[in-house]
Every structure is written in C-alpha cells, then in structure tokens.
Design a protein around this ligand. Structure first.
Ligand SMILES: [Zn+2]
Length: 90
C-alpha cells in the first residue's frame, strides 16, 4: 500500500526526512534542539513520530544509549523498504 508522504513543509515531513537521512538511530534531541538539516526546533517530535507510525511508516524507538541524558530521552529509527547496508559502529 502506498503511504501518504507528508509535506516537507510540515513538522511531520521534516521528522520523516531527518529519519530517512540518517537511516540509523536518531536521538530525540536532534529534533528538539534544532540539530538537523532544517535547523528546525521540533519539540513535539515524539507526537510527530506517532503521526508517522499512524501513516504506516515503521519507526522504532527506545531509550537513547548514544548519550548520557539525565532524563529519559528516546531515540528513533525508521525501517526502510530497501535498507542500505548499515554503517559499522566503531
Ligand atoms: Zn541522546
């Protein structure tokens, strides 16, 4: 089934593009703090990820283990139809 692709003008579209850029775990702080290619602050990223799941995109989430956050911050990863070979973690 063809998924609805959200407009890049929307926060949902930007969250999708950022996840597709990385194809790896993306910490929620990248959305929250504007540390992304749009230089866009998306404090509602968790809700936008939920929106994307509803649209049919498969996005996994788990507690961020990239950084040492004081609070409970999630990281997200999109499952692509044709995943490229994963970069090796060093
Ligand atoms: Zn993190």
């Amino acid at each position: 089934m063809e998924k609805t692709k959200p407009s890049i003008q929307t926060d949902v579209g930007k969250v999708l593009a950022i996840l597709q850029d990385n194809q790896n775990w993306v910490c929620g702080t990248h959305f929250q703090q504007g540390n992304n290619r749009f230089q866009k602050f998306i404090p509602t990223y968790a809700q936008r990820v939920s929106d994307l799941n509803k649209l049919g995109y498969e996005i996994s989430s788990q507690k961020c283990n990239i950084h040492s956050h004081r609070g409970n911050v999630a990281m997200y990863r999109i499952k692509l139809n044709n995943p490229i070979q994963e970069r090796l973690a060093i």
